[in-house]
Design a protein around this ligand. Structure first.
Ligand code: HEC
Length: 123
């Protein structure tokens, strides 16, 4: 129920933005249109993908997943660089890390945003 209200709110915001010729909503809110995106998600575009698909393992460290916020666990991974890590996210790292973090419908860009969100909190 609450989601619906947020959704309606966003739609009216989009309508306002369009009226004011600020630009199309799909341009200013990639991946978030019509999906109950909160303002927070607009500021941090990867948060939604992270919360839906990565959180389940990366919040608690399931199967040895590096926990978000655990700077020690992330330090050696950060040395590889974000581009290399994104490659690993897309391919997966058997057996623990599933390909695309289990989000088969996510675009590479959405995965990159989710990765960026995780890394920002982990260094
Ligand atoms: C089913 C649990 C699971 C899910 C869901 C999951 N991960 Fe992972 N992830 C892991 C595990 C386990 C590792 C550690 C793999 C290793 O070190 O061998 C890992 C490692 C990683 C790493 C570090 C890669 C490196 O270079 O060492 C990144 C980045 C990452 N995951 C991103 C993501 C993102 C982004 C998502 C969501 C789109 C996601 N993961 C979803 C379990 C998961």
């Amino acid at each position: 129920m609450r989601k619906k209200i947020v959704y309606a709110f966003n739609v009216s915001l989009c309508a306002l933005a369009a009226l004011a010729v600020i630009g199309g909503c799909s341009e200013s809110q990639p991946g978030n249109v019509g999906d109950g995106a909160s303002e927070q998600a607009l500021v941090e575009p990867g948060k939604k993908t992270y919360t839906r698909f990565c959180f389940s393992c990366h919040a608690s460290g399931v199967a040895g997943a590096p926990r978000v916020g655990d700077t020690v666990a992330w330090a050696p991974r950060l040395e590889k660089g974000a581009a290399k890590m994104l490659e690993l996210v897309i391919q997966g790292m058997p057996p623990g890390m599933p390909a695309r973090g289990m989000c088969m419908q996510c675009s590479d860009e959405e995965l990159a945003d989710a990765l960026e969100f995780m890394l920002q909190k982990s260094q």
